[in-house]
Design a protein around this ligand. Structure first.
Ligand code: G6Q
Length: 536
């Protein structure tokens, strides 16, 4: 694999020229029905409607050339086979394989990364046995009662993905089962979650790949203390998911222990035990398998070179067109699905922690834009809030809409001739159209400039399988972009500095600690900061 700087690709030069006169969606023939038909892709249960992007067939062809020239699919395949892609050449770096796809490559006879897939299978069968023990009442509390709630304690990648997936699939929960999540070191987060829980029937799933994360270890202590206060034995209520050999890898302290591995990045870990244990408890083992199947199907399908039939690759390139060539700095992910309420938060981490980088894989400063700012909220709620800016603001925000033709619960009613689900989808499509074509009005306040690029990703119904597929579509969209920008999408050095400084400030706040010289700048800036904030 030869990584090349983004600016050196021939296709990049051609796209820059094409971007001087992008397709005008507001023109009289800017968005004819034939274009809507032509610019639709189908993939793993999803359709992507992208006629509302500012692209021409020539731009699309050149984006295909860019994908080919940059060898995006080849790198993707190499990633799945265990290439050491998490590294910066010539500098100290994580130096790891990137094998989150192996956590769902458990169905085929010949997995792409056999060793990692075998470990994933092993953890899955441990989980299966654990869930069976709970189901068949072999694993019960001290009074012989079943467990009803699992609280996942973890942060960042050990929280956002699993939480987003649980919320998305809550409607498929087993009767009498629920999950909750604690992430923040804010003690009010723990207090709020514990409030009203029957601790005697609650399992706590402590999730930390490193086993050293301050927030999670602190919250584990708060949870243990709460259990002891209730006269309960924490070792009968806590399970752990951690890296092999981490400080948390001590089966004696937990009712059950599951592993995740260093080749799975936190933000890509939702389909490993990091997500599977809590999801398995709440939704059942079969739902976990369906989720993995959906993701695995996308992992395989994303190998197609033709961008018209590979939605993650197409979304990656449309994103590059909007960001690098049309100059749009942010992207909004707007699901028209209440179930996906926390999915934008997960994507925010997955995308921004992966592609918020300024050096190349060779450690050189990049000379082009890398990851955009990602944000989002469910529609239609957003329509009554920030959509004003999307339609008429000076900042053009490309949008990725996500929607479903059917709802999850089946509860719906026709009001004034249409169901709520129809209203939901109609609103999404209307927004897509309005952003694209705009509206001229003699009154400038009522004028819409249009040409605001967006696409609509739509599927039948959000099931565990489709959720797995959706998760993988976005994971790969992000990875393809990172490959194209020649950055390492799999490390997160940018989160270290703040952590180190927080450690220094905490040592200053601990009265009996030895203050190290590195905790203090020469002029005592840190102490002054704490004093001025009223913390010392
Ligand atoms: C994700 C990041 C980060 C990580 C958390 C939690 O890719 O690495 O968000 O997941 O810092 O880490 P632990 O799982 O090690 O506690």
């Amino acid at each position: 694999m030869q990584f090349q700087d983004f600016s050196t690709y021939n296709a990049v030069t051609r796209l820059a020229a094409l971007a001087r006169d992008p397709h005008d969606l507001t023109a009289a023939d800017g968005l004819p029905s034939q274009r809507v038909r032509d610019f639709t892709a189908s993939f793993c249960g999803f359709d992507l409607l992208y006629a509302t992007q500012r692209i021409s067939p020539e731009v699309l062809g050149t984006l295909q050339d860019l994908a080919d020239e940059a060898g995006l699919v080849e790198t993707f395949k190499a990633m799945k086979q265990g290439a050491v892609l998490n590294r910066i050449e010539g500098f100290a770096s994580e130096n790891r394989q990137v094998l989150h796809t192996a956590s769902r490559d458990v169905f085929d006879e010949a997995p792409e990364a056999p060793e990692a897939a075998a470990k994933a299978k092993q953890e899955l069968s441990k989980l299966h046995a654990f869930l069976d023990d709970i189901k068949s009442c072999r694993l019960v509390n001290a009074n012989g009662q079943t467990f009803t709630t699992m609280v996942q304690v973890g942060i960042g990648g050990s929280d956002l993905g699993p939480r987003a997936l649980y919320i998305a699939l809550k409607s498929f929960s087993l009767p009498g089962r629920a999950a909750r999540f604690i992430a923040n070191v804010d003690p009010d987060d723990v207090a709020e979650v514990l409030q009203g829980l029957d601790l005697s029937r609650t399992l706590f799933n402590i999730v930390s790949k490193s086993g050293t994360t301050l927030e999670t270890l602190t919250n584990e202590q708060l949870v243990r203390a709460a259990l002891i206060r209730e006269g309960l034995d924490p070792s009968r209520h806590l399970v752990a998911v951690t890296g092999e050999g981490s400080p948390m890898d001590d089966a004696t302290r937990y009712l059950g222990s599951f592993y995740m591995y260093d080749y799975i990045g936190g933000r890509y870990s939702a389909t490993s035990m990091v997500g599977a244990v809590t999801l398995g408890f709440a939704l059942g083992y079969d739902a976990v398998i369906e989720l993995l199947q959906g993701a695995h199907q996308v992992d395989r399908a994303a190998e197609q070179r033709d961008i018209r039939s590979n939605i993650p690759l197409l979304m990656a390139l449309l994103g590059i067109w909007n960001h690098n060539f049309l100059g749009h700095a942010t992207i909004a992910v707007l699901p028209y699905s209440q179930a996906l309420a926390r999915f934008p938060a997960h994507l925010q981490q997955c995308d921004m922690e992966s592609n918020g980088k300024s050096v190349t894989r060779q450690g050189q400063q990049v000379a082009w834009q890398t990851g955009p700012v990602v944000w989002g909220e469910p529609g239609t709620n957003g329509q009554h809030a920030f959509y004003q800016l999307l339609h008429q603001g000076t900042e053009i925000v490309p949008v990725e809409f996500i929607g479903f033709r059917q709802n999850q619960y089946g509860l719906d009613l026709e009001v004034e001739g249409t169901s709520s689900q129809q209203k939901l989808v109609a609103n999404m499509l209307a927004q897509s159209l309005a952003l694209a074509v705009g509206k001229r009005d003699d009154n400038p306040v009522r004028s819409f400039s249009g040409n605001r690029p967006n696409s609509v990703l739509i599927a039948d119904r959000l099931t565990p399988r489709l959720m797995g597929a959706l998760l993988a579509i976005f994971e790969h969209r992000i990875a393809f972009q990172g490959f194209c920008w020649n950055i390492n999408s799999f490390d997160q050095e940018g989160v270290q500095l703040g952590k180190v400084l927080a450690g220094q400030l905490l040592r200053l706040m601990t009265s009996n600690s030895q203050i190290q010289p590195e905790d203090l700048e020469d002029d005592g800036r840190e102490k002054m900061l704490l004093q001025q904030a009223g913390m010392l």
